[in-house]
Structures are given as C-alpha cells and as structure tokens.
Design a binder for this molecule. Structure first.
Ligand code: NAP
Ligand code: ZN
Length: 347
C-alpha cells in the first residue's frame, strides 16, 4: 500500500478538497505511475454531481492521465521505470472479453473497472487522476509518443479517443462532410482529428464567439446554432454529425442536417432524455447512434496517430487548488479548450 495525495468530492455536489488515501499494493502485472498531468473532463462533473447514477464517494475524479513509470511488477514486459505513459477511462476489465473482443471492450460495461467511480480488481473503489500516483494493470497502460507535450497530451486519453473512435467507425475522411456540435473539450479534439483524417469539417456552436478559434483549429466552416438560418442553410449537408453537447438540445434539428443515409452520433451525455421525431430519421434513412470512448487498442492507435500528426489539446494549465473554479467555468462553456491539472501542485 502507498499513501496517495489527492483532491476528492466527499459527497455529491460538494466542492473538491484535499484528500489522502491508500493505493493498493502493486501485483506482478501492475505498473505504478507518478502522475504528471490530469485533464478535466465534463464527465468528472456529471459524476461528482450524480447526474447519471449515484456515485461512489469520496470520489477522486480524473481519467485523462499522463505520468511517468515509477516501478513495474516482475511480469510487466512493455514498460520500464521512467517511461512516459497514459491512462484513460478504465483500468481493468474481464480478461476473457479482452481476449475475445479486444476492440470493443469499452462496451463491456459490467466488467469494466472505471478509472474512478468504479471497483478495482481488489474489490475496493477506484480513485482517479486528481492524485499523485496510480497503480494500473499493464494491459490498461498506454504509451504516449515522445514528441507530444505531456500536459497537452493528457486530454487525448478521453476527449481524443472519444472523437477518434466514431470518426474512424463512420469512416470520416476525404469526400465526407462532418459536423461537430459543441466546441468544448471533446468538440475541439473532433475538429483537429476530423481535419487530419481528411474530412470537410463544420463546427456548430451556440454563438459566433468561438469562430476564429474553430477556424484556427482546422474547421472549414462555422455556424451558430442561435441563428435559425443555420438549420436552413445546412439542411441535408452532412454524412456525419457528432454531437458533443453536455446538455439536452433538440436532436431533431441536427438530424435534419444529415444527408440521406447520414448518421448523427451522440457522444455528449445529457442527464435528461431527448424526444426524437420518427420523421427526422425515416425521412432520409438516417441513423441516430451513440459512441463511448474506445478500446485500449484503438486508444493506442489514436495516440500514435496524434504523434504522427502532432495533434494535442489546446489547454489551460491549472494548479489543483483552482479546480473548483475550473469546474464552474466548464459548466458555463468557458474553457478554451481543456483544463489540465499540473499534478506537481499537489506535492
Ligand atoms: P465541455 O468541454 O463542457 O463541452 C461541451 C460543449 O457543449 C460546450 O463547450 C458547449 O459548446 C456545448 N454546450 C454546453 N451546454 C450547452 C447548451 N445548453 N446548449 C448547447 N450547447 C451547449 O464538455 P466535454 O468534456 O467536451 O464533454 C461533453 C459531453 O460529452 C459531456 O456530457 C461528457 O460527459 C460527455 N463525454 C462522453 C464521452 C463518451 O465516451 N461518449 C466521453 C467523454 C465525455 P459551444 O460553446 O461551442 O456551444
Ligand atoms: Zn472523459
């Protein structure tokens, strides 16, 4: 066991505050990682607020982790002390389905050990990346390409893979037209990745405030959802719409922007159900789909792709004592475009 320093929510909706706890002793196949940077995902806020389901408290959030290997167990072969590594949204799963279905393990929800707000292999609650170190089974540790800045690479572990996976699955690339709805942490990664994959990229944001940023990030076009003309101009325009919005919005309006056979993929997870009009789908053989993060294999593929294309997140680096203010700003859509905690500020 080793004492970890962290920030935790002691109960739902409580501000994060300093917290210490014991990390489990490493097994032969575990990697002990000193955390350097931890990204701040809107899912951290949803979970600490019990938006989706009752959480496990105290909760140490954080599933966008970049760190350095402190020590490895005797059976670990892929990592050694000093390596730069990443950890994403889960730290274990049933090994049978890992072998059987390695490219979709993120959908084996029952068997996954979430990085926090979950249960580890020892039956104890998991604690995430707003902490100084973590113990993770080797198969769930990722290699971070050497050329990427480590703080800005942290958000790739959730925001990056959550957009990369549907872009690849629905074959975004040359000749396809992709809309990214919501320019936050996920959305801005979507713009960079879709552009690097060769798609024509349009951002639909609530106002014109982020237009210059979106074009600099790589978007070809930008529209405000507050302007009703947007939904007239863009009707029937897209092969793929990826909706990253964290709140309930009228999905029908966005489904109508799809071409015949187009797909709108939900990655944003609002806490309220949204009614869907059958005509919006039937009228164009359109699909409404959802997508969750990515497998470990696909996450490594995404990291390597980002290494090749020099893609990282645009970040605001904060110290841990700024975390509650940062969460308030995320909720107000006032982050450009991902907060990352410098974990040195915990030590
Ligand atoms: P974020 O940084 O807060 O971005 C969400 C964006 O949605 C905002 O920047 C804003 O963009 C837009 N938005 C927010 N409230 C809105 C409203 N009331 N009406 C219209 N647009 C609004 O959050 P994130 O970290 O990217 O996460 C986004 C969502 O994805 C969250 O629900 C999160 O839990 C979920 N998520 C899902 C997965 C998955 O595997 N599927 C993984 C990670 C996160 P504009 O200012 O540009 O309008
Ligand atoms: Zn996340």
């Amino acid at each position: 066991m080793s004492l970890a320093k962290a920030y935790a929510a002691k109960a739902a909706n409580e501000p994060l505050q300093p917290f210490t706890f014991e990390r489990r002793a490493p097994n032969d196949d575990d990697v002990v990682i000193d955390i350097l940077y931890s990204g701040v995902c809107h899912s951290d806020i949803h979970q600490a607020h019990n938006d989706w389901f009752p959480g496990i408290f105290p909760m140490v959030p954080g599933h966008e982790i970049v760190g350095r290997v402190r020590e490895v167990g005797a059976k670990v072969s892929r990592f050694k002390e000093g390596d730069t590594v990443g950890v994403g949204c889960f730290v274990d799963s049933c090994l049978k389905c890992q072998q059987r279905d390695v490219d979709r393990e993120q959908y084996m929800m029952e068997q996954l050990a979430l990085t926090y707000n979950g249960t580890d292999r020892d039956g104890m609650p998991t604690y995430g990346g707003y902490s100084d170190h973590i113990v993770v089974r080797e198969g769930y540790v990722l290699s971070v390409p050497d050329n990427l800045p480590l703080d800005a690479a942290a958000p790739l572990l959730c925001a990056g893979i959550t957009l990369y996976s549907p872009l690849k699955h629905w074959k975004a690339g040359p000749g396809t037209s992709v809309a990214i709805v919501g320019l936050g942490g996920l959305g801005h990664m979507g713009v960079k990745l879709a552009r690097a994959l060769g798609a024509e990229v349009t951002v639909i944001s609530q106002s014109l405030a982020k237009k210059d940023d979106a074009l600099a990030l790589g978007a070809h076009h930008y529209y405000a959802s507050s302007d009703p003309e947007t939904f007239v101009t863009l009707a029937g325009r897209f092969d793929l719409v990826i909706n990253t919005v964290s709140a309930a919005i009228d999905w029908n309006a966005y489904i109508n922007l799809l071409k015949i056979d187009g797909t709108m993929v939900l990655v944003g997870i609002p806490d309220n159900p949204v009614p869907v009009n059958a005509f919006a789908l039937v009228g164009g053989r359109r699909s409404l789909a959802g997508s969750a993060i990515g497998s470990i294999k696909e996450t490594q593929e995404m990291l390597d792709f980002c290494g090749e294309h020099n893609i990282v997140s645009d970040i605001e680096l904060i110290s841990i004592d700024q975390i509650n203010e940062a969460w308030e700003r995320v909720v107000k859509s006032d982050v450009r475009y991902r907060f990352v905690i410098d974990i040195a500020s915990l030590k």
